[in-house]
Design a protein around this ligand. Structure first.
Ligand code: SF4
Length: 346
């Protein structure tokens, strides 16, 4: 069960205690953030921003628990979309081969292994512009098997019709991931094959069907801080905050248009996490792609800024996996623990 943590020490002690309104303001579930307010958060002194984010975080979460998700690509490559960051787009020569949908039993095996190492949510991604109805038949079968393991499920399959969203919800899909990627203004620089409105429409259908929403974006794509502000404003001003907000740092892949883009200052990435935490106090904020290129210290700052979810890599599921061992060591050094799986919550 999630426990609320007393923040009185944290609030009372520092000489740089923020104005009394800071925590209260941030604690409200607001959906009317204007961009100037969000930009002002980004402009705070770093320590001030992290302190405010940490205060908000402690109101809603155990600060030492991190939710672990396992991501599996169930259909890789050959995607007709042109997302400039993505090696799975058929537009780019990246060496990623187009594959078919993974057989049901292979997906279930991967879920069992993930469950055995403590992942509480199993996330599955398919490189489709949108699924066909036959594809939905197949993933519904997968969902039934994973639900039987007691894990939460998340899928990202591209744009959905209302009927498809309804079928996934009926099948018990907990979360649907569909990222907005960036600000409305910068979006056209990143994707031309579908619109920002298309994305928001799918999010509405997911929400309308009763599923939880996983929605975030990517930074380090050459966007400005104003774009990062605009992305967070879109997320925070959705009628209901996404329950899960992945913040990705661009993984530059050779062959994609964004390969060679200027790298983002990692402290700006931490600021983005902190702002997301303050704007969406009850959402799980996921330190998502890009983590493997961050130092342990940078990851620690992200956790301090309010990130409380990570993906554990597929190699975590095998023995003697250096990434898994590294994650475990980092958790030990920081005194972090895996958030309870859903069966043990509430
Ligand atoms: S829709 Fe998804 S899989 Fe397809 S190119 Fe964009 S990010 Fe990649």
């Amino acid at each position: 069960m999630r426990r609320m943590t007393d923040t009185s020490d944290a609030i009372a002690s520092p000489a740089t205690t923020p104005p009394a309104t800071a925590g209260d303001e941030a604690d409200e579930l607001r959906h009317d953030w204007n961009r100037d307010e969000i930009a002002a958060l980004f402009e705070l002194p770093f320590n001030e921003l992290l302190f405010r984010a940490q205060v908000v975080h402690r109101r809603h979460f155990d600060p030492n628990k991190v939710q672990l998700s396992r991501l599996l690509s169930i259909k890789t490559g050959g995607c007709p979309e042109d997302c400039a960051y993505c090696p799975q787009s058929a537009e780019y020569e990246t060496g990623v081969e187009a594959g078919k949908l993974m057989p049901v039993e292979a997906t279930l095996d991967a879920a069992r292994r993930a469950e055995a190492v403590g992942a509480s949510r199993f996330c599955m991604g398919a490189a489709w512009r949108e699924p066909k109805d036959k594809d939905i038949d197949d993933v519904v079968e997968v969902l039934a098997g994973i639900k039987a393991l007691g894990m939460e499920t998340c899928m990202t399959l591209g744009m959905l019709t209302e009927a498809q969203a309804g079928r996934l919800a009926e099948a018990g899909l907990d979360y649907y991931n569909h990222n907005i990627d960036t600000s409305p203004e910068y979006y056209g620089e990143i994707i031309t094959t579908r619109t920002y409105r298309d994305r928001l429409d799918t999010l509405e259908r997911v929400r309308g069907a009763g599923m939880k929403v996983c929605c975030g974006g990517i930074v380090g794509m050459g966007e400005t801080r104003a774009d990062r502000v605009g992305m967070l404003a879109t997320l925070a001003n959705l009628p209901v905050h996404p329950e899960s907000v992945p913040i990705n740092l661009l993984m530059q892949v050779e062959g994609t248009p964004l390969f060679g883009a200027d790298e983002l200052d990692v402290l700006e990435f931490v600021r983005t996490i902190a702002a997301a935490r303050i704007l969406m106090p009850r959402s799980v904020v996921r330190l998502s792609a890009g983590r493997e290129h961050m130092s342990d210290e940078a990851q620690a700052l992200c956790f301090l800024a309010g990130a409380n979810s990570i993906f554990v890599g597929d190699t975590l599921l095998t023995t003697r996996n250096p990434e898994a061992e590294h994650d475990m060591r980092l958790f030990e050094r920081l005194g972090l623990e895996a958030m309870d799986p859903p069966a043990a919550e509430d």
